[in-house]
Design a protein around this ligand. Structure first.
Ligand SMILES: [Zn+2]
Length: 79
């Protein structure tokens, strides 16, 4: 059994619930594909916080390559 990937960072309870519903392969893809405006490319995020804004999950953290601030919005599931 695989546990959900929990990046180090602080999740609000709602964000944690949303994160757990994302399949692990997709979680990894989300964390490894964050746009960085300084690196001008997709980078891995070092997660600081995760919270819900409206229906979207917003992940905020730092670029693993340059340390700049990056964020990633995970749109609500279509259902
Ligand atoms: Zn960067």
């Amino acid at each position: 059994m695989t546990k959900p990937t929990y990046p180090i960072g602080s999740f609000t309870p709602e964000a944690a619930q949303r994160w757990e519903r994302i399949p692990q392969c997709l979680q990894e893809r989300i964390l490894a594909n964050v746009w960085c405006g300084r690196c001008l490319g997709a980078v891995s995020i070092i997660l600081d916080t995760a919270e819900m804004m409206e229906d979207a999950l917003v992940l905020q953290g730092k670029c693993r390559d340059c340390g700049g601030n990056v964020c990633r919005v995970v749109e609500p599931e279509p259902d």
